[in-house]
Design a protein around this ligand. Structure first.
Ligand SMILES: Cc1cc2nc3c(=O)[nH]c(=O)nc-3n(C[C@H](O)[C@H](O)[C@H](O)COP(=O)(O)OP(=O)(O)OC[C@H]3O[C@@H](n4cnc5c(N)ncnc54)[C@H](O)[C@@H]3O)c2cc1C
Ligand SMILES: C[S@@+](CC[C@H](N)C(=O)[O-])C[C@H]1O[C@@H](n2cnc3c(N)ncnc32)[C@H](O)[C@@H]1O
Length: 642
C-alpha cells in the first residue's frame, strides 16, 4: 500500500493515489501545520490552569504528527502535565512499511522519533485489529491507536478533545474524511474553543465549518501551500468544561478474590495505597483459596458483537501491560497456545467466520492470525492464550472481616462489620464481590445468575517420564479443557457447570480428558488412577454475560430524578461519589479482572478509557437501571438480587 516514489521524493499511498508527504520537509510540515499551533493552544490552556490535554487526529498515516508532537511534549511539557492523544486510522500499515517510510525520510534522528511508538506496536500485527489499542508512550503521555473508519469512530468516541488534527489526504482523493456529517459528529466531542488544524483550507471546507459554528481562519501554509487552516469551535450553547476528579488518596477494595486482587495490584502499580477487605483469608495465606490456574482467552471469538470486541480489547490490553511492566494482576504461569479441537458442528461455524476474516482485511496485511490460526480442518489455535495464577502475595494488606454496611461520611467511605464496628475507611471504594454488591444494596435492576462449577486436579508427579502426558505443551480445549501445570506437576481438567456429586464430577471430567488426549486405554489408566482432588466454585453472571465495570449509580438521586431521566436519555445517570464496582466476571475472571482494574483506575484518574462508548455502556453497572428506565418500568422494581 505504501509506495516510495522512484526518485525518493514522495511517499505515496496506492489505495488513495495520494501522497502522504514529500520526503524532504515532512517533519517540518507536521511542525508548522499541526504541532506548533497545537502547542500554543496547550500553553494557552495551561495559563488558565489546565494540566491535562486531549488531542484527536483523523488519519494516523505514517505517524509524523504523533512523532513530532511527542518530541515536543518530551522536551517542553511540565512534569505535572498529562496528555492523551487518540489517532483514528482505517488502514494500518505493516511494521516494515512504517520503517521503510521513515528510513526514506532521514537518518538516525528520524529513527529515534518513530521508534518511540513503533517499538510498542505488537510484532505479530495485533495492533492492526479493529478497535482501540492503548500505548503509554511516557509516564504522562497516552496514545490510543484507534483502528476504525472515521465516520464510525466519531459515533463511538466517549471523550472530548481540545485539539484536532484533520489529516486525511486531499478532499479530491478521499472525500469521506471531509463531509459535513463527519464534522457534525466531531462537534459532539469538542470542548468549547477546541482548535481544528489542517493543511487544507479550501473555501468550501471553510464554509462547511463556519456553518457548523466554527470560527475559521487561514494562516500562512507550509510551502508550496499558501495557507493552512485554523478553526475554533464556538457553539451557541454552553458545553461542560473539562473537570478532572480529585486525585485518588486511598482505596478500599471489598472482596479479595481474583477481581479484588487484580484491582489492588493495578492500583499499587499506579502508586495508590489501600486496603483489601474479605471475610476469607486470601492467597498469600491460603493456597486453596482459588483455582491454581485461570485460562485467559478461552472464549475469544472473531465476531464483531460487543462481547467479541470487549474480549479482544481485554486480551490485548493485558498482553500489552504484561509485556511492558509485568502483569498488572495475574502472573503468567504458562504462556502457551490454546488448541481448540472441534469435533462438533461448531467447527463448521468457526471455519466460516474465520475464513471470512482471513480473506479480507482493511490493513495492508491480515492481522487476524495474531489471534486465530486455523491449524487444520479439526483444529484451531489461539496463539495468545495463557494460563495465569494469582501472585503469592497480596498487593494491599488484608483486613479479614465481613462488610455488613457501607456509609459515605465527610467524603470518605466507611465499612462496618455486623456488630457495627468500623473496619476501614477510604476516599474511594471498589466493590469486587458479587454477593457484597447485592447484600449492601448497590446492585440495581441486574439480577445476578449463580453458576456453580467444578474442576479436577490430577497429581502427575509420579507418572513415568516417558508417558505422553509430559508432551502436552498447549492448552487443549473442546467443551472442557486440559492444561499441564509445573511445580508441582499437575493436570488441570476443567470445568463442569452445575453441582454434580463427586463421583459424577470425577467421571465426567475423566471422560473429557480421555477425549481430549485421545490416548491408549492403558496409558490413560495411569492418569485416571493417579491421586486427584476436585475444586468447586461459583461463577456470577449478569443476564447479558458481560461484566459490571464502572461507577455505581446513586439510587437515591436516580429515584428523585427518575421522570426527568426517563424523558431525556442524554442526561447523565447520577453516580455515587468515588464508588465503583468490578464484578460479575462469570467464567472469564482472568480476562476481565486485570482489564477492569485498568478501566476503573482510568475513570478514577480522569484518563479517557481505552474503550469505545458503546462498549463502556455495555459493561456499565448501571445498565440495568438505564434499560428499566427506557422500558418505562417503575424504580421500585429495580433492586438487583442473586
Ligand atoms: C470451576 C471453575 C473454573 C473456572 N475456570 C476459569 C478459567 O479457567 N478462567 C477464568 O478466567 N475464569 C475461570 N473461572 C471463573 C473465575 O473463577 C471467576 O470469574 C473469578 O474467580 C471471580 O472472582 P471475583 O473476585 O469476582 O469473585 P470471588 O472470587 O467470589 O471473590 C469475592 C470475594 O468477596 C468476599 N466477600 C463476599 N461478600 C463479602 C462481604 N460482605 N464482606 C467481605 N468480603 C466479602 C468473598 O469471601 C470472596 O473472597 C472458573 C470458575 C469456576 C467455578
Ligand atoms: C495523509 S495520511 C495522514 C498523515 C498522518 N497524520 C501523519 O502524520 O503521518 C491520511 C490517512 O488517513 C487514513 N484514512 C483515509 N480515510 C480514512 C477513513 N475513512 N477513516 C480512517 N482513516 C482514514 C489513510 O489510510 C491515511 O493513512
Amino acid at each position: 500500500m505504501l509506495l516510495i516514489d522512484n526518485d525518493g521524493v514522495s511517499l505515496r499511498n496506492t489505495r488513495y493515489g495520494d501522497v502522504y508527504r514529500s520526503v524532504s520537509g515532512c517533519l517540518q510540515e507536521s511542525e508548522w501545520v499541526f504541532v506548533e499551533p497545537a502547542w500554543q493552544m496547550i500553553e494557552r490552556l495551561a495559563s488558565h490552569g489546565r494540566t491535562q490535554f486531549h488531542v484527536l487526529e483523523l488519519g494516523f498515516g505514517l505517524g509524523f504528527n504523533l512523532s513530532v508532537f511527542l518530541d515536543r511534549w518530551l522536551k517542553r511539557a511540565k512534569p505535572s502535565w498529562r496528555c492523551y492523544v487518540q489517532s483514528i486510522e482505517l488502514h494500518p500499515l505493516g511494521l516494515d512499511e512504517y520503517r521503510r517510510a521513515w528510513a526514506a525520510v532521514a537518518g538516525p534522528p528520524a529513527t529515534e522519533l518513530v521508534e518511540r511508538w513503533l517499538h510498542c506496536f505488537d510484532a505479530d500485527g495485533a495492533y492492526a485489529l479493529p478497535g482501540i489499542h492503548r500505548y503509554a508512550l511516557h509516564s504522562n503521555f497516552w496514545f490510543d491507536f484507534f483502528v476504525a473508519d472515521v465516520s464510525k469512530a466519531l459515533k463511538r468516541l466517549h471523550t472530548s478533545f481540545d485539539i484536532v488534527f484533520l489529516d486525511g489526504f486531499s478532499e479530491a482523493a478521499n472525500p469521506s474524511m471531509w463531509r459535513s456529517e463527519v464534522f457534525r459528529d466531531l462537534r459532539r466531542h469538542l470542548y468549547e474553543g477546541a482548535l481544528l488544524l489542517s493543511y487544507a483550507s479550501a473555501k468550501s471546507l471553510r464554509d462547511r465549518l463556519s456553518a457548523l459554528e466554527f470560527d475559521v481562519s487561514r494562516e500562512p501554509g507550509f510551502p508550496p501551500k499558501r495557507f493552512r487552516l485554523e478553526a475554533r469551535y464556538r457553539p451557541y450553547r454552553r458545553i461542560k468544561p473539562f473537570c478532572p476528579k480529585p486525585a485518588v488518596e486511598d482505596l478500599m477494595i471489598i472482596g479479595a478474590g481474583l477481581a479484588g486482587q487484580c484491582m489492588a495490584l493495578a492500583a499499587r502499580a499506579r502508586g495508590i495505597q489501600g486496603v483489601l477487605i474479605d471475610a476469607k483469608l486470601q492467597q498469600d495465606c491460603d493456597s486453596q483459596a482459588h483455582l491454581p490456574a485461570f485460562l485467559e482467552h478461552l472464549h475469544c471469538s472473531p465476531d464483531d458483537n460487543e462481547m467479541a470486541r470487549l474480549s479482544r480489547a481485554a486480551l490485548l490490553s493485558s498482553y500489552r501491560l504484561g509485556s511492558a511492566q509485568g502483569s498488572q494482576g495475574l502472573s503468567p504461569l504458562v504462556s502457551c497456545r490454546l488448541q481448540l479441537l472441534y469435533r462438533s458442528e461448531a467447527r463448521a461455524e468457526w471455519a466460516k467466520r474465520l475464513n471470512a476474516l482471513l480473506a479480507h482485511s482493511e490493513a495492508s496485511f491480515n492481522p487476524w492470525p495474531a489471534l486465530f490460526q486455523v491449524l487444520d480442518e479439526y483444529r484451531l489455535c489461539l496463539p495468545r492464550s495463557r494460563a495465569m495464577a494469582l501472585p503469592n502475595q497480596l498487593a494491599f494488606p488484608q483486613r479479614q472481616a465481613f462488610v455488613a454496611r457501607l456509609d459515605l461520611h465527610d467524603g470518605r467511605w466507611q465499612a462496618f462489620d455486623e456488630s457495627g464496628q468500623l473496619i476501614a475507611s477510604a476516599a474511594t471504594m471498589v466493590l469486587t464481590s458479587p454477593q457484597a454488591l447485592v447484600k449492601l444494596g448497590f446492585n440495581h435492576a441486574m439480577p445476578l445468575q449463580r453458576k456453580p462449577g467444578v474442576s479436577l486436579l490430577i497429581d502427575i508427579s509420579s507418572v513415568d517420564p516417558l508417558h505422553p502426558v509430559w508432551q502436552i505443551k498447549s492448552i487443549l480445549a473442546d467443551q472442557q479443557h486440559v492444561l499441564r501445570l509445573a511445580a508441582p506437576d499437575r493436570l488441570l481438567v476443567g470445568s463442569l457447570y452445575g453441582e454434580p456429586n463427586d463421583i459424577e464430577a470425577r467421571s465426567s471430567l475423566l471422560d473429557a480428558l480421555q477425549a481430549l488426549l485421545a490416548m491408549d486405554a492403558s496409558l490413560f489408566d495411569v492418569l485416571s488412577n493417579a491421586p486427584s482432588v476436585l475444586w468447586r466454585g461459583v461463577r456470577f453472571n449478569a443476564p447479558d454475560h458481560l461484566p459490571m465495570i464502572g461507577a455505581i449509580a446513586d439510587r437515591h438521586q436516580v429515584g428523585e430524578q427518575w421522570e426527568r431521566l426517563r424523558k431525556n436519555a442524554r442526561l447523565p445517570m447520577p453516580r455515587l461519589e468515588q464508588a465503583y464496582t468490578l464484578t460479575a466476571l462469570g467464567a472469564r475472571g482472568a480476562l476481565w479482572a486485570p482489564f477492569g482494574a485498568e478501566i476503573l483506575l482510568d475513570m478514577m484518574q480522569s484518563i479517557p478509557c481505552p474503550l469505545e462508548a458503546d462498549l463502556l455502556a455495555a459493561i456499565d453497572p448501571a445498565r440495568g437501571l438505564i434499560r428499566a428506565m427506557r422500558r418505562g418500568e417503575p424504580l421500585s422494581g429495580t433492586i438487583g438480587h442473586l
